[in-house]
Design a protein. Structure first.
Lengths: 193, 271
């Protein structure tokens, strides 16, 4: 496993050197290696396919513009996810007011969950929608930590690298995120009180 | 109750299996006895379950993306944009920095400063009293300018005398030779004309500083040059002799030398 990681690191460095020389094939290969991780992060953050696709493309464009600033010895995956994370936050802030307006026509509180008698699949799909809304209501950093842990399945150490904060802060943010989600989600769960 | 509070802090880590074995066992044994902490754990687990339920959606969406063609599309877009956007030169980047909107107040302040400066200068120069004050500020001692002008006149006269001396010497030497008419070249004629115009300029200086002796000699030289300028290309021998005699009679060369010496020695006193 250790050997594989080292090989991957070497590959990334070789690819980066080739990209610096304008090698398109190397760039395509690098996109192929990292596109899913970035999409996963962006989609978990926005729950919108188009937004996520835009973030993926913008991330690789930004990466190409900043390629010379990447320092040897740093974790490339953390670096590119950091770019994606910053873009997600920028994108979110830019469109935040629009989304609030859009959201205001139907608040979480106003969503009527189908009763237990209704079809189970309807209820499950609404619960997912509620959970997505609850996730969006979290503070930016809590939301990012939760997304990186649950959907990108990164370790605390890796999340700390992406967000450029300490592991302790990451753990604390994750704890707060779960507790806040508990408060937001539980009123809509019939079974658990 | 106190223990519950302590356990509650670790429940999230317990749920995610992040605690060490000993701590994990400790919480498990507490949960068996505490229904309140059990229900708290259930609530947290519900969050985890709902979060996991989204994973299915994410997988479905991820399957809808064509990951095989996407890298080529992104590459095309990125390299296409790079090719479209020409790399900015240092001149362009400087102009971009200078044209930032946040610098506008600085430019406005500079413009106001320039305008006020120009206005103040205009008022100072226009007002007669202030003009005098400005003149006083830049004025020199009263006799300074006079000394400068005297020195300039002295130098101009010395220069005139030297050039005249060379020309007269040339004339004297040439006229003593067998073929005197060869002296009257175009070059010498031009020199004579130059010295005559220079004399007109010196005249003002000589009058101003009452350089009487110098003026007398310069006038004699001027007369000589008038004669030389008027003669035609072919100088008759008798005319040549007359001019030659004039130079000797007036002892022009000697006088020039003496005057030169005098001018050089007396830098401060009037000649």
């Amino acid at each position: 496993m250790q050997r594989r990681t080292t090989e991957e690191k070497i590959d990334v460095w070789i690819l980066l050197e080739r990209i610096k020389r304008g090698d398109r094939e190397a760039f395509t290969e690098l996109v192929r290696l990292h596109q899913k991780r970035i999409f996963l992060l962006a989609f978990s953050f926005f729950h919108n396919r188009e937004d996520a696709m835009d973030i993926v493309q913008e991330t690789f464009l930004r990466f190409y513009q900043k390629i010379h600033s990447f320092q040897k010895g740093k974790n490339f995956q953390s670096w590119i996810l950091q770019i994606a994370k910053n873009l997600c936050i920028d994108h979110y802030r830019k469109n935040h007011s629009q989304r609030k307006e859009w959201r205001s026509d139907k608040n979480i509180e106003e969503m009527n969950l189908p009763s237990q008698d209704n079809h189970d699949s309807n209820r499950a799909s609404d619960l997912k929608a509620i959970f997505s809304r609850c996730l969006e209501n979290l503070a930016e950093r809590q939301r990012m930590v939760f997304v990186l842990k649950h959907y990108n399945q990164l370790k605390y150490k890796e999340i700390a690298e992406v967000l450029n904060i300490s592991q302790g802060t990451v753990k604390s943010l994750h704890f707060k995120a779960v507790r806040n989600l508990r408060d937001l989600v539980n009123p809509y769960l019939g079974g658990v009180q | 109750m106190k223990e519950c509070k302590k356990i509650n802090k670790d429940l999230v880590a317990f749920l995610y299996g992040e605690l060490q074995d000993e701590k994990q066992k400790q919480i498990l044994s507490h949960l068996k006895e505490c229904p309140s902490c059990q229900s708290e754990l259930e609530r947290l687990r519900a969050v985890q379950t709902e979060a996991d339920s989204l994973n299915k959606d994410i997988k479905t969406v991820m399957n809808s993306v064509n990951w095989e063609t996407l890298p080529a599309q992104i590459t095309e877009t990125v390299f296409g944009k790079e090719a479209q956007e020409p790399k900015e030169s240092w001149l362009m980047s400087i102009s971009r920095v200078l044209s930032q909107p946040k610098l506008r107040p600085v430019y406005a302040a500079l413009m106001i400063g320039l305008f006020l400066g120009a206005l103040v200068t205009y008022i100072l120069v226009r007002s007669p009293l202030q003009r005098q004050a400005v003149a006083d500020l830049v004025s020199y001692p009263p006799d300074f300018m006079e000394k400068v002008e005297l020195e300039m006149a002295r130098r101009e006269t010395l220069d005139y005398l030297k050039k005249s001396q060379y020309l007269i010497l040339d004339f004297v030497q040439t006229s003593s030779e067998a073929e005197p008419s060869t002296w009257q070249t175009e070059f010498a004629s031009q020199k004579v004309k130059d010295l005559l115009s220079k004399k007109k300029y010196i005249n003002q200086q000589l009058d101003k500083f009452e350089m009487a002796k110098a003026k007398e000699i310069c006038n004699q030289i001027e007369f000589l040059f008038y004669e030389l300028a008027q003669v035609s290309e072919e100088i008759p021998a008798w005319r040549l002799r007359e001019i030659h005699d004039f130079i000797e009679e007036k002892q022009l060369l000697l006088k020039i030398k003496l005057l030169e010496k005098e001018l050089k020695q007396s830098k401060k006193s009037e000649v």
